[in-house]
Design a protein around this ligand. Sequence first.
Ligand code: 2GW
Ligand code: MN
Length: 305
Amino acid sequence: EHNGLRSVKLSRMVYPQPDVLTPSRKDVLIMTPWLAPIIWEGTFNMDILNEQFRLQNATIGLTVFSVKAYMIFLKQFLKSAEMYFMVGHRVNYYVFTDKPEYVPHLNVRNGRQIIILKIQSYARWQDISMHRMEMLSTFSRQRFQREVDYLVCADVDMRLSDHVGVEVLSSLFGTLHVGYYGLNRADFPYERRPQSQAHIPEDEGDFYYIGALFGGSVSEVARLTEACHRAIMVDQANHIEAIWHDESHLNKYFLYHKPSKVLSPEYLWYQQQMNYVKDQNSTSPKVIKRKRFKVLRKNYRLRDW
Ligand code: 2GW
Ligand code: MN
């Protein structure tokens, strides 16, 4: 039985005392107004967190979709996850693909396994991306609920280049999009047409979250993905498609279902130079002390079939 967070009894540990007079970071926001921590390097003690989640015997599912040509990203994604993702904890990789026979054979560490789930492909890439919500909600209720405590849902066109551990886990988490970090809500690329279910008015919005990394307990991810899938279906019936597809719906969901943790842009960085990040927010690169997931340079011709 996987019930998510249970309280556990730690053994004796020796570590630096929290200092009430010294904030862990002074250069960034580390707490949302609804008291969800924003996860930055320097704000947490990994030993305590690892001990807590180990005692809970937490199992983490990492879901990734690798359909059609995006199969080329899978090997690097999984290999880098073996190096940096939840090391020391139990991990199930769930690979959704239309071509199970092309999934690379990799040796994984003890307590970890790769599970291949065959899905259909869609002609339009927007549909491939959006239907992830449907698949995740279906599989959450059917099998993830039985097999894991937490889900981490990721794009495949990325690789890990630094630690991503249990510090990210909570009942519901999203990730700040580095490209819109520090901007005004009116400048976020939310869906602005009231006809869409993803619509967010100019005077609302906390952050711009990226679609490439979110998660939480299985039941919360099931609720999120089901809500986003339903909203996508309503839009489809009304002949409208949100500007950034599933990402627009994710942002709408997080506006009214506040995440209990928020991952800083450390967790999703771009390998290629993002000139607009430097131009729009000159402080952004300086506050990034670790680069944990990196979005790979993409050949945009992949989109041209
Ligand atoms: C996507 C675009 C163009 C051509 C192909 C695909 C494609 C995506 C594909 O052929 N096969 C496939 O498996 N995908 C999956 O959809 C894969 O897991 C990929 O990471 C994910 C999202 O597509 P991606 O990575 O090209 O979109 P991005 O990086 O521009 O992402 C953001 O915006 C998307 C919506 O437009 C999503 O919200 C995504 O989560 C965001 O990061
Ligand atoms: Mn991507």
